[in-house]
Design a protein around this ligand. Structure first.
Ligand code: NDP
Ligand code: BG6
Length: 522
C-alpha cells in the first residue's frame, strides 16, 4: 500500500512472517504467528493454586495452544505450596477452562492434547532448594528429551502470587531455575507493584538484584484490552483526530471504570490497597498515557514507553484534597455494604470509589481537565473514555445545536460491548429543520466478524512475553513515576487526622463524590 498510515495499523513489530510469505497475511488473525522460531518453552506458573492462575493464566495459555500460537515444544508447570499430583493439577486446569474457546469446535480434542504437557511441582516460594528440584524436573521431563538440534530451551515464569513473595520467588528462579545455555529467562510480575514510592523502591531493588530489566515483564492487563491497544491506531493512523487532539479543541476528558459488584471474597487483599491503588494508579493511568502521549518515534516498545514516561512527568502533583472518595454501604433491599464483608475490619476507611482531576502541564493539554474515576459496587459495569470537544464557535442556528447536544463527544468504550462512537448534532430528516443528537458509530460487534471472538487481554500479553515484545508492559521508570504521582495523595488521605474520607453511598448507586468538581471547567 502507498498509504503509510495503513501500514502502521497491523504491523506490530513482533509479528514475524516467514521469509517469502505474503506480508498482507499479517492482517489475518488466523495467520500462524511464527512462534516455533522462539524455541522450546517451559512455562512455570508460580502460585498455580491461586485465583488469578485459575481465572486468567491457565485459560489464556490454553487458548494460545488452541490457536496454535505456542511453540511446537512446550510444557506448563504449576508451582505452589500445597501437595497435588499431576493428575489432580490437570483436573484443576480442566475445571478452570473459562476461556473463550470453551465452545470452540475442537476444544475437547485440543484439551486432550494440552493436558499431558502439564505438570505440577510442590515447592515453597522462599526456598531456593525447591526451585532446584523444579529445575531438575523440567530438565528430566522436557529439555533432556528434545530432539537433537533443537534450539536452546527457554523458560517463562509467571508470578501469580501475593506481592509479599514476588522477591523470594524471583530469587529462587535466579539461583536455581534459569534457562540453560543461550535460552532466555523471562519473569512476569503482576500488579500491585508495591503500595507506594518507598515500597516500590524496595521491590525494584530486590527484583533488580536477581533479574535484568529485559527479563522482567510487568503486567497491567488493561494494556492488553482490545480497545486500549486500539488507542494508538485511532490517534496516529487517522488524519482526522490528531489536528484536534489538544487544548484548542478538547474541553475535557473523562476516563471511567465502574463495576457493579463489591470486593466479594477479595477483601483481605483490597482493604489494604483501596481503589486508588487497585485501579487508578495503574489501569486508568495507562489508558490516560496512551490517550494523551505525544506520537512515538516508532512502534517499538522503548519509543512508546519513552512517550508515556514523558507525559506522566508532565502531570501536576496530586494532593489528597484533589480526590473525592466513596465507600459503598448496605442498602435497605439487602445489598451488603463494604464493611459487611468478612475480611473488612469494622470502621475501615478504605475507599471503594475515587475520582480526581489530572492536570497536564504541557503544550497539548494545559488547562484541559482530565477526570479519572473508579469504583466498585456501582450501578453498572463499564470502562470508557469520553473526550468532550469545545462548543462550535459562532451561532448561526440560534442556540439550537446547544439544546440538542452542547459538545461533540468521542466515546471509546473499552468494555462491555466494545465501541468507538462520536456524538454529533444532525438535522432530523424531513421538511423541518429540527436538530437532534445522533451518533457516528463503530460498534465492534457490527463492524467485524472477529469481534465475536476478541482475545482476553492475558492471551495477548502472554503471547507478547513469548515473543519478547515489551510495548504493552510497564517499564521500571513508568511505575516509579506513577507512584510518585499518587504517593503524596495516598499518604494524605491515609493520615489518621485526614479530612479526606470516603462518603458512604448505597451499593449499586453512584456516589455523590462522582459529581464533577465545581472548578472542573475552570
Ligand atoms: P491468591 O491469594 O489466590 O494467591 C495465589 C497463591 O499464592 C495461593 O493459591 C497460595 O498458594 C499462595 N499464597 C497465598 N497467600 C500466600 C502467602 N501469604 N504466602 C505465600 N504464598 C501464598 O492471589 P491471586 O491469584 O488473586 O493473585 C496473584 C497476583 O496477581 C497478586 O499479585 C494479585 O495482586 C495479582 N492480581 C490478581 C488478580 C485477580 O483477579 N485475582 C487481578 C490482577 C492482579 P499455595 O498456598 O498453594 O502455595
Ligand atoms: C484488577 C483489580 O486488576 O482488575 C480488580 O484488582 C478488578 O479489583 C479488575 O475487578 C477489573 O478487571 P476487568 O478486566 O474485569 O475490567
Amino acid at each position: 500500500s502507498s498509504n503509510p498510515a495503513a501500514e502502521l495499523v497491523p504491523s506490530r513489530p513482533t509479528i514475524h512472517v516467514a521469509p517469502g510469505s505474503d506480508p498482507s497475511l499479517m492482517d489475518s488473525v488466523h495467520v500462524r504467528l511464527d512462534t516455533a522460531r522462539h524455541g522450546p518453552l517451559a512455562m512455570v506458573v508460580v502460585g498455580a493454586s491461586g485465583d488469578l492462575a485459575k481465572k486468567k493464566t491457565f485459560p489464556a495459555i490454553f487458548s494460545l495452544f488452541y490457536h496454535d500460537l505456542l511453540p511446537d515444544d512446550f510444557v506448563v508447570y504449576g508451582f505452589a505450596r500445597r501437595a497435588m499430583s499431576d493428575e489432580a493439577f490437570r483436573e484443576m486446569i480442566l475445571g478452570t477452562l473459562t476461556c473463550r474457546v470453551i465452545d470452540g469446535a475442537r476444544c475437547a480434542e485440543r484439551m486432550d492434547a494440552f493436558l499431558p504437557r502439564c505438570f505440577y511441582h510442590m515447592g515453597t516460594y522462599d526456598d531456593p532448594e525447591t526451585f532446584a528440584t523444579l529445575d531438575a524436573a523440567i530438565v528430566d521431563n522436557f529439555e533432556r528429551r528434545l530432539p537433537a538440534g533443537s534450539d536452546p530451551p527457554n523458560r517463562l515464569f509467571y508470578l501469580a502470587v501475593p506481592p509479599s513473595v514476588f522477591a523470594p520467588s524471583a530469587e529462587g528462579v535466579n539461583t536455581a531455575a534459569r534457562a540453560k545455555g543461550n535460552g532466555w529467562t523471562r519473569v512476569v510480575v503482576e500488579k500491585p507493584f508495591g503500595r507506594d514510592s518507598a515500597s516500590y523502591g524496595v521491590l525494584r531493588s530486590a527484583l533488580g538484584a536477581v533479574l535484568s530489566e529485559d527479563e522482567i515483564y510487568r503486567i497491567d492487563h488493561y494494556c492488553g484490552k482490545e480497545l486500549v491497544q486500539n488507542l494508538m491506531t485511532l490517534r496516529f493512523a487517522n488524519a482526522v483526530f490528531e489536528p484536534i487532539w489538544n487544548r484548542h479543541h478538547i474541553e475535557s476528558v473523562q476516563i471511567v471504570f465502574k463495576e457493579p459488584f463489591g470486593v466479594e471474597g477479595r477483601a483481605g487483599y483490597f482493604d489494604n490497597i483501596g481503589i486508588v491503588r487497585d485501579i487508578m494508579q495503574n489501569h486508568l493511568l495507562q489508558v490516560f498515557a496512551l490517550l494523551a502521549m505525544e506520537p512515538p518515534v516508532s512502534l517499538h516498545a522503548e519509543d512508546i514507553r519513552n512517550e508515556k514516561v514523558k507525559l506522566l512527568r508532565s502531570v501536576m502533583p496530586l494532593a489528597a484534597t484533589d480526590f473525592a472518595l466513596g465507600q459503598y454501604e448496605a442498602t435497605p433491599e439487602g445489598k451488603p455494604g463494604y464493611t459487611d464483608d468478612e475480611g473488612v475490619p469494622a470502621g475501615s476507611r478504605t475507599p471503594t470509589f475515587a475520582s480526581c482531576v489530572l492536570k497536564v502541564n504541557n503544550a497539548r493539554w494545559a488547562g484541559v481537565p482530565i477526570l479519572i474515576k473508579a469504583g466498585k459496587a456501582l450501578d453498572e459495569r463499564v470502562a470508557e473514555v469520553r473526550v468532550q470537544f469545545k462548543p462550535v464557535a459562532g451561532d448561526i442556528f440560534g442556540g439550537r445545536p446547544a439544546r440538542a447536544l452542547a459538545n461533540n463527544e468521542l466515546v471509546i468504550r473499552v468494555q462491555p460491548d466494545e465501541a468507538i462512537y462520536m456524538r454529533i448534532v444532525s438535522k432530523v430528516p424531513g421538511l423541518t429543520s429540527r436538530m437532534e443528537e445522533a451518533r457516528l458509530n463503530l460498534f465492534y460487534r457490527h463492524a467485524w466478524e472477529e469481534s465475536k471472538d476478541i482475545p482476553d487481554a492475558y492471551e495477548r500479553l502472554i503471547l507478547d512475553v513469548i515473543q519478547g515484545e515489551k510495548s504493552l508492559f510497564i517499564r521500571d521508570d513508568e511505575v516509579e513515576i506513577a507512584w510518585d504521582l499518587f504517593t503524596p495523595a495516598l499518604q494524605g488521605m491515609e493520615a489518621p487526622d485526614s479530612e479526606v474520607v470516603p462518603d458512604g453511598t448505597p451499593a449499586g448507586s453512584i456516589p455523590s463524590a462522582a459529581r464533577l468538581p465545581p472548578d472542573f471547567y475552570s
